[in-house]
Every structure is written in structure tokens, then in C-alpha cells.
Design a protein around this ligand. Structure first.
Ligand code: HEC
Length: 116
């Protein structure tokens, strides 16, 4: 029984480290990006230069996202992503920030507002 005292400081450190990990992940809110494959890539690639609200307010189809990536590279000096990264970025952006009814598509007003 007596020899179990070592467990007190060890247990304390273990609980403390779990607590720190929890704190850290709560800190990490990904600027509101929804969870999913590609979130990390989009976060670290795009947030390097600007707020992700620029990204989140879009509702673009895949082709337009593709052209936007080109634009970031040619006009804004974004490092050219590898083909693999590009696919991951496009998959994420299109599935979470793709065109949606009632949203803004390529800067056009939502369909609901132009219908009679
Ligand atoms: C090397 C810098 C850089 C990187 C990396 C970058 N951007 Fe940009 N982006 C810019 C600049 C500069 C602007 C111009 C807006 C501004 O003033 O901040 C911009 C603007 C935008 C806009 C707004 C376009 C509009 O209609 O005004 C979108 C959307 C965008 N970026 C998406 C992205 C996405 C998605 C990524 C990641 C895949 C990305 N950007 C990565 C520099 C960058």
C-alpha cells in the first residue's frame, strides 16, 4: 500500500496534461472552418495571408474555386500547391463553400432575390 504513493504526483501530471490538451484544442477554433478532410490544408494555406472570412463568405463551384486558386498564385503570390494539395483544397472548398440556393454564387445576388 505504502509504495503506491508515487502515483500521486504521476497522476497529477497526467490529469494536468489532459487538461492542457483540452485547453489547446478549445483554443484552436480553425477560424470557424467546419470539420472535415482538408480543413488543415485550407487553414494553413489560406490563412497565411488573410482572414478566412474572405474564404467563408464565398459560395463557388469547383471550376471557380479552381480559377480562384490560380488567381491567388498568379496575382497574389501564393506558393503553387502540389497537385495533391490542390485536390484536397478544392474538395474541401467545394463541399463546404460550394454554390447553394439562397447563397451568393460568384458574387451574384441570391436566386431568391431575383425571382419575381
Ligand atoms: C500569398 C498570399 C495569399 C495566399 C496564400 C492566399 N491568398 Fe487569397 N488573397 C490574397 C490577397 C492579397 C487578396 C486580396 C484581398 C485582400 O486585400 O486581402 C486575397 C483575396 C482572396 C479572396 C477574396 C476575393 C475577392 O473577391 O475579393 C478569396 C476568396 C481568397 N483570397 C481565397 C483564398 C484561398 C481559398 C486561399 C487558400 C487556398 C488563399 N486565398 C490564399 C492573398 C493570398
Amino acid at each position: 500500500m505504502k509504495n503506491r504513493e508515487w502515483f500521486i504526483p504521476v497522476g497529477f501530471v497526467m490529469i494536468l496534461s489532459v487538461f492542457c490538451v483540452e485547453l489547446h484544442s478549445a483554443d484552436m477554433d480553425w477560424q470557424g472552418l467546419p470539420e472535415g478532410v482538408g480543413r488543415e490544408e485550407v487553414f494553413y494555406t489560406c490563412q497565411a495571408c488573410h482572414s478566412l472570412s474572405l474564404v467563408k463568405q464565398q459560395a463557388l463551384n469547383r471550376q471557380t474555386w479552381d480559377r480562384l486558386l490560380d488567381w491567388m498564385v498568379t496575382e497574389k503570390n501564393m506558393p503553387v500547391p502540389s497537385l495533391k494539395t490542390r485536390t484536397i483544397l478544392l474538395d474541401y472548398l467545394t463541399s463546404h463553400y460550394g454554390p447553394k440556393l439562397g447563397g451568393s454564387i460568384n458574387g451574384m445576388p441570391p436566386i431568391s432575390t431575383i425571382r419575381p
